[in-house]
Design a protein around this ligand. Sequence first.
Ligand code: LLP
Length: 404
Amino acid sequence: MKYINNNLSVEKIKIEDIAKKFGTPTYCYSYKKLKDNINNFKNNFKSFSPLICFAIKSNTNVNLIKEIRKLGLGADVVSMGELMVALKAGIEPKKIVFSGVGKTVTEIGFAIDKKILLINAESKSEIVEIERIAKSKKITVNIGIRLNPNTDAKTLKQISTGKKENKFGVDEKVFFDLVDYAKLSKNIKLKCLSVHIGSQILDHKPYKKMLNVINKIIKRSNYNFEFIDLGGGMGISYEKTNKKLNYQKYNMAINKFLKDHKSKIIFEPGRSIVGNIGSLISKVLYIKENEKKDFIILDAAMNDLMRPALYGANHKTLPVIKTNQVSKKIYEFVGPICESTDKFTTLKKFQKLNEKDLIVMCDTGAYGMSLSSNYNLRPKAAEVLIKGSKINVIKKRQKLEELI
Ligand code: LLP
């Protein structure tokens, strides 16, 4: 996104034109940025050409996933819905992995029937269930076991998943038991060790630690894993001050690991693929003056973008038309929902705003639309994908009739 003649634009399209044509709030994605992110991701790890499975949970738009598939990625899914959307987008089953701590019988059966690459199991009970279903279908199913490496990802506690107090994966002892169990089974074939220690990770050191842990465990288990699934979690810069993940160092650590293990690496990135391709366009409905600050009441709310309310996340906010007039008041950007947590950000010295002005909240391509809800019976926003000078509506705004 950049200003062209003071008009914030995505590729060759003015955001103002998107708002005029499709209304607000609207999520807007850049195809070019998507392509760049995927190419960069591939380049960062090209020495061992991993299987890159896009974490569908970060953005579930079928039309966007189709583009991601055309750029060569597979999918990481965590529910039957996500598996269905991945298949509908044309992703080959042999490029799909299924994670999650609570897969139902129906979900497991569906995944088996679709012959996906791996079901990454997260408990002994789940493995027994997969085995039982596979036996009833008289087939052998390829599985992975998710290890909890008890590694601190040094990220927000709400999005940390790799410590022993987290519900994810199994500990070392159970892991060894399960490897032995799988060896004796006729209906499950253990092919993968998987891990995922958390999200929005900006320091390569937790990844290095995680690799050391799995290196030791694989050696002790004396088992040949065809795949090692390292999960996702690669962070992005939401603010200028944010440091960047050092991919080179992460890549080096993986290369070192691969000297001892001849396995195919799988990644499950979400945010690093789609986070910075999207922004949420919103209109100022009202400006309410308050003693210390002005409330900028937007037409987007926490149901459209949950991250600030849920994690205290801050998304860079920009005016769509730049004027260079600075406000003397502090602005608190809020939505219309009846909750005090329906608040996006508080900013000093923002450009002076008027009612009906447009703003965007940046870097909302991951866990923006996918976390949205119909709270307060608000219809979900529209989604558009910009490709050069073309605007493609990839999801229409939800209609109230669909909800009531
Ligand atoms: N694999 C597994 C097993 C996961 O649980 C996740 C994310 C990913 C891959 C993708 O992680 P990523 O590359 O996107 O960091 N709603 C939160 C993020 C929750 C992440 C959940 N799991 C947020 O908005 O920050």
